[in-house]
Design a protein around this ligand. Structure first.
Ligand SMILES: CC(C)(COP(=O)(O)OP(=O)(O)OC[C@H]1O[C@@H](n2cnc3c(N)ncnc32)[C@H](O)[C@@H]1OP(=O)(O)O)[C@@H](O)C(=O)NCCC(=O)NCCS
Length: 179
């Protein structure tokens, strides 16, 4: 399956390749939040920091050390909630790479004791929504006219989550009415 594609933890040497992938997918303008013109130095240092942190998981899909896919789960400060983002190079989509990255990252999340993984996705991103649903994520909400794009449009974000800890008690306070 997927000969030549290696899924592994990212190393500092992968950061330029991750940035190149980010820039290419950002150019598409319709799938990830980042748009062209992002702050490369800031992004580089945040990826490097995540690679170093035990509370984060940065994976790459690599073909002969060329990064063709990237997934990151970042645990929120002092929380066991991880936020996920991912992307595959256009020419490598539909070959099972995203599914493998996601499976490996969820294995890490379970082993690391995260209670939940969440993410935001554009409502039109049917490929990503289908992938997340196939791994058990459910839609939790829709943030309306939430995110301003470079062209001035205000896009909704669909929030999805995968609950890993089903044993801890939920809130003991009753919900307010009419929520
Ligand atoms: C979304 C994305 C990560 C999927 O990665 P991928 O490697 O193409 O996905 P896979 O080939 O592993 O497919 C896994 C599952 O995803 C779903 N899927 C993938 N592409 C799909 C498509 N074009 N239409 C519908 N479902 C699709 C299917 O459920 C598929 O399962 P199957 O193999 O049983 O059919 C990839 O399309 C991508 O990088 N897109 C641009 C960036 C992006 O949208 N990132 C997510 C932002 S929230």
């Amino acid at each position: 399956m997927l000969p030549g594609v290696l899924i592994r933890r990212a190393r500092p040497a992968d950061v330029p390749g991750i940035i190149t992938l980010f820039a290419a997918v950002a150019e598409e303008r319709d799938s990830i939040g980042t748009e062209p013109g992002f702050d490369v130095a800031k992004r580089q240092s945040s990826i490097l920091k995540s690679i170093d942190e035990a509370a984060s998981c940065v994976l790459v899909a690599a073909v002969k050390d060329v990064v063709v896919g990237n997934l990151g789960i970042q645990a929120q400060h002092r929380q066991t909630l991880g936020s996920l983002g991912m992307m595959i190079a256009r020419e490598h989509r539909g070959q099972g790479i995203g599914g493998r990255l996601l499976d490996d990252s969820l294995h890490w999340a379970r082993e690391s004791g995260l209670h939940k993984v969440d993410l935001g996705v554009w409502p039109h991103n049917t490929a990503a929504i289908a992938l997340y649903r196939s791994r058990g994520f459910t839609v939790e909400g829709r943030l309306r006219r939430h995110f301003r794009r470079a062209n001035g449009e205000l896009w909704d974000i669909v929030t999805m989550g995968l609950i890993l800890d089903t044993q801890s008690p939920g809130s003991s306070y009753p919900d307010a009415e009419n929520l």
